[in-house]
Design a protein around this ligand. Structure first.
Ligand SMILES: *Cc1c(COP(=O)(O)O)cnc(C)c1O
Length: 338
């Protein structure tokens, strides 16, 4: 099976497993795990932040960030399709007691002009505005790379308005490879940045949240409270370090494979919803179940992505031949049950 449901489906390669088995470990809740400490230092340095924290998932990373930036009742602002709002189980309400204002955008990119009218005024009737969250790349916008100029403009205006900035950079790796912009520049406009290791980089578990020393000290307390304090997690962090060292540049292959599929699709029943810039392709199709079933019969897995939408995500288990097989499967879809 060619699994294009997500880039989370990868399992550790033999070399990654070797790195895990050979890792020096300790009790990370005591701060004693040298491999976790190294991963945190590596990510902080890469992103140009003072400190970083290894956490079990991207969801926990984002939600710890929200909790640390806000007080109950505060307003945060994100794009309408943001993972933080759509796919994290209502956690902003449950874990932080905050209100979320979603900004509808044409292609997934917020601008200051779109954000400004939604920022609550300083008025006793309103929830106090605190934080703007940006997702780069943007999953629901088909893995689009958000323009760095626009992000910098939002950040400059946010600062003037007294708002903080959080980056959901689950796929910041893909943004970096597609745009060529250094990680430090991508992270610079933000007070906190979350990156995932269990996606394109191929590690089995974990995300890292980064920010100022003071922010991360607070984040450590919240991680423990949420049950995310892990013990000999160096076993897992070693896989993340392996991913950092070996699997960033190869994302260009995933992007090429996504291009092979996107540029070759020639089927009146399928419409690609967004320009394909990284490793995600979203198709609009009237019979989503029919398409997914047809693809399965051709040996290709894709995933339902909301009403009328099916998503494919290239990843390190997918070869260029696999991409061609997926393309053939898409083009042979007739919409008839056979
Ligand atoms: C995958 C993802 C996350 C985190 O997901 P987990 O499954 O909790 O690790 C966060 N944001 C975006 C944009 C994602 O795609």
């Amino acid at each position: 099976m060619i699994d294009l449901r997500s880039d989370t489906v990868t399992t550790p390669s033999p070399a990654m497993l070797d790195a895990m088995v050979g890792a020096s470990i300790g009790d990370d809740v005591f701060g004693d795990d040298p491999t976790v400490n190294l991963l945190q230092q590596r990510v902080a340095d890469l992103l140009g932040k003072e400190a970083a924290l290894y956490v079990p998932s991207g969801t926990m990373s984002n939600q710890i960030a929200l909790r640390c930036h806000t007080s109950p009742g505060d307003q945060i602002i994100c794009e309408d399709g943001a993972h933080i709002y759509r796919y994290e189980g209502g956690a902003p309400a449950v874990l932080s007691g905050i209100t979320v204002t979603c900004i509808k955008t044409p292609g997934g990119t917020m601008t200051w002009e779109l954000i400004a009218p939604s920022i609550n005024p300083d008025n006793i009737h309103c929830s106090p505005p605190r934080l703007i969250c940006i997702e780069n790349t943007h999953n629901r916008a088909g893995g689009r790379v958000i323009s760095q100029d626009i992000i910098e403009d939002i950040a400059a205006n946010a600062r003037k308005a007294g708002l903080s900035m959080h980056l959901d950079g689950a796929r910041l790796w893909n943004s970096h490879v597609a745009s060529g912009i250094p990680f430090k520049s991508l992270a610079d406009p933000f007070d906190s940045v979350s990156v995932c290791f269990s996606k394109g980089l191929g590690a089995p578990v974990g995300s890292v949240l980064s920010g100022s020393r003071k922010f991360i000290d607070k984040a450590i307390r919240v991680r423990k409270m949420l049950g995310g304090g892990m013990r000999q997690s160096g076993l897992l962090a070693a896989a993340c370090i392996y991913g950092l060292d070996n699997n960033i540049d190869r994302l260009a292959i995933d992007h090429e494979n996504a291009q092979t599929i996107a540029s070759g699709v020639d089927n009146p029943l399928l419409e690609i919803t967004h320009p394909v810039e990284t490793n995600i392709i979203v198709f609009a199709v009237s019979d989503t179940a029919g398409l997914i079933e047809h693809l399965e019969k051709c040996g290709v897995k894709a995933v339902l992505f909301g009403t009328g939408l099916v998503r494919m995500v290239t990843n390190l288990t997918v070869s260029s031949d696999d991409a061609k097989t997926a393309l053939t499967a898409l083009n042979s879809y007739t919409g008839e049950n056979s």
